[in-house]
Design a protein around this ligand. Structure first.
Ligand code: FE2
Length: 364
């Protein structure tokens, strides 16, 4: 087997460009149980932006806002609304990652640079992916600080209770009609990823809207990126709705893994996170379809959690409503019990639930 030219240790962080990072960080602390761990802004010598770093187990989100009217951050927010700018990948060598991918055709977002402070040094470099989204390679083996040089640790004033969110399971991108294969090829050729699964129209069309999806994954399988494009249906595809409101390609959802979805989702609901609701008829035949599971069916139905099985096991999943006013980014909470797939058996029920919401928004 050829050696992996882009070894990745995992997701390093996800950075969101938002209109108000102070308030957004509180949403992730209060509703999702993240702990505020680091901050950069005027108080730490950064003049043009404020960034809040929140963390729970292996998941790190950075919420960044601009302090100036004309900035790359504000242009992003003006066009896309609050959304994901950076999917950062944790690597052992950020210079090599940059050169390997750029030599294979990646567009440069920023050249490798060494960031230093009293805790050591971090090397970062960035390449462009779909839309205005970028991948930043982060090499932190010589760093002992809380996040990156320039950030200061925060003694959390808000007492948060974590809710069992463990790591980023997968990050999904929506791209324009006809662009899915181009981006799959990008991940294959430029980043050395492998095509894992293809979902076509037959798998996932409902009466109205449809989409096509392909999942790519890196060598060790820690990074999984499904890429969706709209397919022609009777009415507007959920992917088209996203593209219309995001004004282009971007991150559609981030799936976060938990070991106890019943606990995690109960907490999220108590704290005000809203989820898509599938009709109760979904539960009429699900037991027959899925077979024995360890969880209590009644509890799953009460929380509206979806269940699917593949050759290797089963999975439990649920999808939030969009987490900003535009119908763009949302979250998935997933508990895997052996299953490595993505819940294909739930697509129909799920997409019907999404279309109900689209209809309420007048976008179907
Ligand atoms: Fe997903």
């Amino acid at each position: 087997m050829a050696t992996d030219f882009l070894p990745i240790n995992g997701t390093d962080y996800v950075e969101f460009y938002v209109g108000n990072a102070k308030q957004a960080s509180l949403y992730y602390q209060h509703c999702f149980g993240f702990e505020l761990v680091a901050y950069a802004g005027p108080e730490t010598g950064v003049r043009d932006r404020a960034s809040y770093v929140v963390q729970q187990n292996k998941i790190r989100f950075v919420l960044t806002t601009s302090l100036q009217p004309d900035s790359e951050i504000n242009n992003h927010v003006k066009k896309h609304g609050d959304g994901v700018k950076v999917l950062a990948l944790w690597v052992d060598d950020a210079k090599k990652s940059f050169h390997e991918t750029v030599s294979r055709g990646a567009e440069i977002a920023s050249e490798p640079k060494v960031l230093k402070d009293e805790h050591g040094e971090v090397v970062v470099s960035s390449i462009k992916t779909y839309g205005d989204t970028i991948h930043t390679f982060v090499e932190r083996k010589n760093y002992k600080g809380v996040f990156l040089p320039g950030f200061q640790p925060v003694k959390n004033k808000l007492k948060v209770t974590p809710i069992g969110l463990k790591y980023v399971d997968h990050c999904v991108g929506n791209v324009e009609l006809g662009q899915m294969n181009k981006w799959v090829k990008f991940y294959e050729d430029v980043m050395g990823f492998k095509l894992l699964i293809t979902f076509d129209d037959n798998d996932i069309s409902t009466e109205y809207s449809a989409l096509m999806s392909k999942v790519v994954s890196n060598g060790n399988g820690y990074i999984k990126f499904p890429i969706n494009e709209p397919a022609k249906g009777k009415k507007k595809s959920q992917i088209e709705e996203y593209l219309d409101f995001y004004h282009g390609a971007g991150v559609q959802h981030i799936a976060i893994a938990t070991d106890d979805i019943i606990h995690t989702v109960s907490e999220l609901k108590n704290r005000g996170v809203e989820f898509l609701r599938v009709p109760d008829v979904y539960y009429d035949d699900v037991q027959q379809r899925v077979g024995h599971i360890n969880e209590d069916w009644k509890e799953l139905q009460k929380l509206n959690i979806l269940i699917d099985r593949d050759e290797e096991g089963y999975l439990l999943q649920i999808f939030s409503k969009p987490v900003q006013d535009r119908p763009t980014l949302f979250f998935e909470i997933i508990e895997r019990n052996g299953a490595k797939s993505f819940g294909k058996g739930n697509f129909k029920a799920l997409f019907e639930a999404i279309e109900l919401e689209q209809e309420l928004r007048g976008n179907l």
